[in-house]
Design a protein around this ligand. Structure first.
Ligand code: ZN
Length: 287
């Protein structure tokens, strides 16, 4: 969006005075963002048509969007990104941040490849230590607003607080009657209970079953009840609307994928390490 913001600025600048019409520029960005946020392809198409009509006088700007952005709409528009598990991460900035952090860790690009490799491995090790520490802290933490809510009794220490806070806010909205129709999207994008799954908990007298949260939110994912394809009757106090089979498939897929990727990486990394070591040994012998 920053590129759209920067590129569109000139179209709202008076060529004689150089003064930018901030209000119009802001309206344009809001209108474009509104198109991006549409939840279905039809809504997106309709909104875009209106947008084109509104800004038909800005031919260069529309041409820029047609050339640089709209051919890739499915990669950034909500109607498409809400079809995948993304835990609410809809931008690339966190990854860009990690790349920048990794670069700063390498300090310079003018170091031998062997050293670069070792630094990257060290960086990953450090990150893993931090992540493990954070998870351990979470297992013990009891945020007041969650601990005082009976609904989360069985989830605290098992499910990440971030997911619980999200659900707490949804239950509050449901209790106030401000949510009526559930689009189930949160089940797909976050793998947490959607509004229709949360309805039984609006009276705040029943504790949510942690298995309603996908394995990605479990502080110890190995404890996630993957094998419960046929939950006992006592387990069905909660309507299982969010395609339980799909969640199990996802867990299975994640497990297989995770294991094979890890094995492949380890093998590959070991091969690189050995090759580098052999090279270094050879160089030492030659010297
Ligand atoms: Zn739903």
């Amino acid at each position: 969006m920053k590129s759209v913001e920067a590129k569109s600025l000139a179209s709202f600048t008076d060529s004689t005075t150089g003064v930018v019409n901030r209000a119009k520029h802001s309206d344009f960005l809001v209108a474009f963002r509104d198109c991006v946020e549409q939840k279905t392809p039809t809504d997106f198409k309709n909104k875009l048509q209106l947008f084109r009509q509104t800004y038909h006088k800005y031919g260069d700007l529309l041409a820029f969007l047609d050339r640089e952005w709209l051919p890739y709409a499915e990669y950034f528009c909500r109607y498409s990104t809400n079809q995948f598990l993304n835990c609410g991460e809809n931008t690339t900035s966190p990854i860009e941040g990690l790349h920048a952090q990794l670069k700063s860790y390498l300090v310079t690009s003018k170091i031998p490849v062997n050293d670069t490799f070792q630094r990257i491995v060290h960086y990953i090790d450090q990150q893993q230590i931090l992540v493990r520490k954070r998870i351990d802290d979470e297992k013990l933490s009891r945020p007041v607003s969650l601990a005082h809510n009976f609904v989360f009794k069985d989830c605290l220490g098992t499910v990440a607080s971030r997911a619980l806070f999200h659900v707490r806010d949804e239950i509050d909205l449901l209790s106030k009657g401000t949510r009526f129709v559930c689009d189930h999207i949160i089940r797909t994008t976050h793998d947490i209970p959607c509004d229709c799954e949360l309805k039984p908990f609006t009276n705040k007298l029943v504790s949510i079953d942690p298995s309603l949260f996908g394995p990605i939110w479990w502080l110890n994912p190995t404890e996630y009840p993957r094998q419960q394809s046929n939950p006992p009757d006592s387990h069905t106090t909660v309507p299982h609307v969010g395609e339980p089979q799909r969640r199990e498939d996802m867990a299975k897929e994640q497990k297989t994928k995770g294991a094979s990727t890890k094995a492949a990486e380890t093998k590959e990394m070991r091969a690189i390490r050995l090759a580098l070591k052999m090279k270094a040994d050879k160089r030492e012998r030659e010297e």
